[in-house]
Design a protein around this ligand. Structure first.
Ligand code: GLU
Length: 306
């Protein structure tokens, strides 16, 4: 069925415009606070390779926690389900950098999309790859079909300088033997993947992997099996939005992932991937405009997974 996606996106852009000043930019990583907060972009790419976009959709921003999905996809492609012996698959219901849950669950993070879980994933990538930073970047570039994607060293350094809580999490994991490598190396990789910069267009292109049974659209390369793709989509659905995953399911109804850089990317399996960017966040760390834009999208198209 052919939708008039472009006119739907244009309508959404004007519908969310009144929210332009709602929420605030993440400032706990000082380098992130430098962004112009009034940006808004949205890009939808269909499984047939058609692109629809509005606003600042071609502008790069810090993907932050969205990178956790790339790291997880890479780990699953390398070691399969074995990763789930070291990290769970349940929603945390807590904030992304919570320490308490780790204590009473003896160092097994609830899921791979919270910080502690992503650190375990990074630990495995260090074990599995000869040049983890380089190879992860190549993986993301392959998925997004864009060789220019890179790390922002200033953002990575800023997060390292102020990442006291993340350092606590990594050390805590190590005390439970759920980090095998040097804590500093794991944090360095974690901060770097968070600092990757991409546009809404890049993200929508890359996430088509999850709409397309784990096969890269542009090269037809199979990265994940159908079953692994199903599992990753399920994790995004239940764990992709910190302690607001229920709200995102409730209002949007798609698997997706957000980051404190203001990006959100979501997938309608077999149909499309869509990314939004609006730097101002709500109290739970999700983009105010992005959440609303995606709610409007699935409502206007009548196309959530439910
Ligand atoms: N690098 C950020 C942190 O670890 C990622 C947070 C996020 O996007 O949820 O604090």
């Amino acid at each position: 069925m052919s939708y008039h996606y472009q006119s739907v996106l244009e309508a959404i852009r004007s519908d969310v415009a009144p929210l332009r000043r709602a929420g605030s930019v993440a400032n706990y990583i000082p380098e992130l606070a430098k962004i112009n907060p009034n940006k808004f972009g949205m890009h939808l790419r269909t499984i047939n390779g058609q692109d629809y976009a509005v606003g600042n959709s071609g502008e790069n921003f810090s993907i932050q926690s969205i990178s956790k999905v790339f790291a997880l996809a890479m780990v699953v492609s390398l070691i399969g389900e074995k990763i789930f012996e070291r990290v769970g698959v349940e929603p945390s219901g807590s904030s992304f950098n919570s320490l308490v849950q780790l204590e009473y669950e003896k160092g097994i993070p609830r899921n791979p999309l919270i910080n502690a879980g992503a650190m375990v994933v990074c630990d495995v990538l260090i074990e599995q790859l000869r040049k983890p930073k380089k190879e992860i970047l190549e993986f993301v570039r392959l998925l997004a079909n864009n060789k220019k994607i890179g790390y922002n060293e200033r953002v990575a350094a800023s997060e390292k300088t102020f990442g006291f809580r993340n350092a606590a999490l990594a050390n805590f994991l190590k005390s439970f033997n759920n980090i095998h490598n040097d804590v500093g190396d794991v944090l360095d990789l974690y901060f770097h993947i968070c600092s990757i910069e991409m546009s809404c267009k890049d993200l929508a292109t890359a996430f088509l992997l999850f709409a397309n049974h784990g096969t890269v659209m542009t090269t037809s390369e199979s990265i994940l099996t159908k079953s692994q793709t199903k599992r990753l989509n399920a994790l995004m659905q239940t764990c992709g939005f910190y302690d607001e995953a229920g709200e995102f399911s409730f209002t949007v109804g798609l698997p997706g992932k957000s980051g404190v850089g203001g990006g959100i990317v979501a997938v309608l399996p077999h149909r499309y991937a869509v990314a939004t960017w609006g730097p101002r966040l709500n109290a739970r760390g999700n983009s105010v405009m992005g959440m609303r834009a995606l709610e409007l999208l699935t409502t206007k198209l009548g196309s959530s997974i439910f």
